[in-house]
Design a protein around this ligand. Structure first.
Ligand SMILES: [Zn+2]
Ligand SMILES: [Zn+2]
Ligand SMILES: [Zn+2]
Ligand SMILES: [Zn+2]
Ligand SMILES: [Zn+2]
Length: 337
């Protein structure tokens, strides 16, 4: 009986061990066994966390449909969505302006539209009495023109200044004349205007009227019979000729001449000369002064000192202060007259 019991226990143990193995390999109980292997995530389309704008990136959150894990991914900035508006159209000669503005945000900027080129049309121009044969270029867009021969808006006038041309109508003092002949430039017959000569005035007489203090000058043209007269008011002190001399003008000119022609360009040189003179002048005078002092000749020493000062002052006036002194001198004269 005891042996049977032991056999039963051994058999039961075997059965239990077998069942345990089965339970471990059963898929229903697999969870615990697979906990260590990673999830091959399957992300959803995500939900926007922060919307991007033209220049700033946004973000979205993705969720794994298998394990529920969440990750955040950036969303690229959208970039501006520009619309354009022409503010000023470009022309042949002037640049234009175009405005760019973003339909999404406030961003805006302007750009220059380069000027277009002239759209020239070439037209043949026949020569006439005054002008040579030529080609005219006219812009179809803006109307700008130029002539081939001059490259300007002016046409080329016949050149009749050669010997074969003749004066068919002489110019007078007031009216222009006409010259005709073969043009040296184009070889065609043509005419050319000779400008009026203008009167050649000669003084016939002049009368001074004391009452009005004016001189009446009468002129006659040496070419035609025209005459004219001019009233010239005399200066306060009167006199024969009414032409007044502006003294201040002359004095100012003298002062200006001193300043600009002599003392302006050579200023540094004159300063240097003054320095050299002062040094050279100082040596003999200084030596004489010392000798005189030693000999106790006060009179001579004083004379030497005066000599030195006078020399320095004179040379300073001539070389350095002249423009200023001339100016002062002129002002004094002006105030006296
Ligand atoms: Zn997952
Ligand atoms: Zn924008
Ligand atoms: Zn044009
Ligand atoms: Zn010509
Ligand atoms: Zn005349």
């Amino acid at each position: 009986m005891k042996v049977r019991v032991w056999l039963m226990i051994a058999l039961l143990s075997l059965v239990c061990a077998f069942c345990g193995t089965l339970m471990a390999s059963d898929p229903i109980f697999a969870d615990a066994a697979e906990e260590g292997t990673p999830c091959s995530h399957a992300w959803d389309s995500g939900s926007t966390e922060k919307a991007p704008d033209c220049t700033h990136s946004g973000s979205k959150v993705l969720t794994c449909i298998l394990c529920g894990e969440k990750i955040t991914e950036p969303i690229q900035p959208l970039g501006h969505n520009y619309e354009t508006a022409v503010i000023k159209e470009a022309t042949c000669t002037e640049t234009g302006k175009i405005n760019y503005y973003c339909l999404r945000c406030e961003a805006t900027y302007e750009e220059v539209i380069p000027a277009t080129e002239h759209n020239y049309f070439k037209i043949e121009i026949d020569g006439d009495a005054e002008y040579c044969h030529d080609w005219k270029y006219e812009c179809q867009d803006c109307g700008a023109i130029y002539y081939e021969s001059t490259e300007t808006e002016e046409r080329t006038t016949h050149d009749l200044s050669n010997a074969t041309s003749t004066i068919s109508q002489a110019p007078t003092c007031t009216a222009s004349g006409i010259r005709t002949g073969t043009c040296a430039l184009c070889g065609e017959e043509g005419s050319m205007e000779i400008p009026a000569l203008d009167h050649d005035w000669v003084v016939v007489d002049q009368n001074f009227d004391e009452a009005s203090n004016t001189t009446t000058v009468r002129y006659e043209c040496s070419r035609c019979t025209s005459t004219k007269s001019e009233q010239v008011k005399a200066e306060t002190d009167g006199g024969g000729i009414g032409v007044s001399v502006d003294l201040s003008e002359i004095l100012n000119r003298v002062a200006e001449y001193y300043q600009e022609s002599i003392y302006g360009p050579y200023q540094s040189l004159l300063l240097m000369l003054f320095g050299i003179f002062a040094a050279i002048w100082g040596i003999p005078v200084g030596v004489s002064y010392i000798i005189a002092r030693k000999q106790d000749d006060k009179e001579k020493a004083k004379k030497m000192l005066v000599n030195f000062v006078v020399g320095i002052v004179v040379s300073f006036c001539l070389l350095v202060a002249a423009p200023f002194l001339v100016n002062v001198f002129m002002q004094v004269i002006l105030s006296l007259t």
